[in-house]
Ligand binder design. Sequence first.
Ligand code: TPP
Ligand code: MG
Length: 397
Amino acid sequence: MAATTEVLTPLSSEELRTMDAYWRACNYLSAGMIYLRANPLLREPLKPEHIKNRLLGHWGSDPGQSFVWVHMNRLIRKYDLTVMYISGPGHGAPATLANCYLEGYYSEIYPDKSRDEAGMLKFFRQFSFPGGIGSHCTPETPGSIHEGGELGYSISHAYGAAFDNPDLIVTVVVGDGEAETGPLATSWHSNKFLNPIRDGAVLPVLHLNGYKIANPTILARIPHEELDPLLMGYGHKAYFVEGDDPSAMHQKMASTLEQCILEIRSLQQHARSTGDTTRPRWPMIVLRSPKGWTGPKEVDGHKVEDFWRAHQVPVLDPATNKRSLKIVEDWMRSYKPEEPFRYAPHVCQPAREWRSAAQGARSAGLSQLCRQSEGTGSDLCSTDRRARALSRRGHAP
Ligand SMILES: Cc1ncc(C[n+]2csc(CCOP(=O)(O)OP(=O)(O)O)c2C)c(N)n1
Ligand SMILES: [Mg+2]
């Protein structure tokens, strides 16, 4: 039997609204990186000349990864956690980059990619462009210890980070395709080497979005009655978060992730107060969400969301096909970028202004934007400085 969580609606309506706004902002930025070379805030109707000449990048993995990130941020703030995020499907670099940018961290390292309209445009244009940055997570990604490009090492790197770091929790997203590689399949057993007194903890999030490039994945296809005991055999108590309705999924994820964090703390507390190092059954999450979640559902009658077509560029010819252009525009506007960004006075505001407005606050990143945008996301879009400084983003294709 899968583990269950008791509190199913832990988020207030305001928290839900702001977390969703942050997540939509991430998804907007991810799509923007893949598509736009002009008009970054969609101030004017999308035209062919706003579209990049060569479309590259991976969309399918991004919404699920950003979903994990925003939910982890809520708990970092709530419990003052020290957390590192490692991205197994590091081909989904737009998710990691979008979060770094929204938190403000990206602009600290690369000041020309500032948190204003001009900076956002540079941020989009550099993506997967010669002389810019890779379409996978690369060492240039701030805080990166885990490169995208070769699947299979996320869990090993997560444990490497957790060993001898008793305060650290490493959240590691594992792609269901990545999980089929030899290195990943064996690395689940790394928990056998984790000392609950001396080491930190690893919280795997197995992302069952159903596909690896153009093929279905095994772990997404085997029945629950087989998957759950398999993960138990790997040493985990698995919590399942499954669905596609964003509001319901936010509540489920918030509740489940919090349960996992509390359980990790309680297991550590027990070991550290009694000296009992018997191997605990560490919690983990199985996140079953559609590949390319919230992206275009269909293009020219072909299924895209929740299908292999969402893996990379979901709409292939918007620069030359009016119908495709409209699909991309409708898709990007569906994130209501005017809400999280509040066009004029916020993202577009000179970076110095919002920085100084937020002086004295320890938190950084979208929180400042949010504070000025009537609270959109202010309570949860930011990690505090300590958590951010210690967080490391990692990646694989
Ligand atoms: C070792 C290795 N084999 C193959 C690939 C090619 N590849 C790139 S992305 C991908 C699919 C990954 O699927 P999944 O882990 O489920 O990530 P998702 O995009 O679905 O989140 C593959 C096989 C690779 N990058 N590394
Ligand atoms: Mg997958």
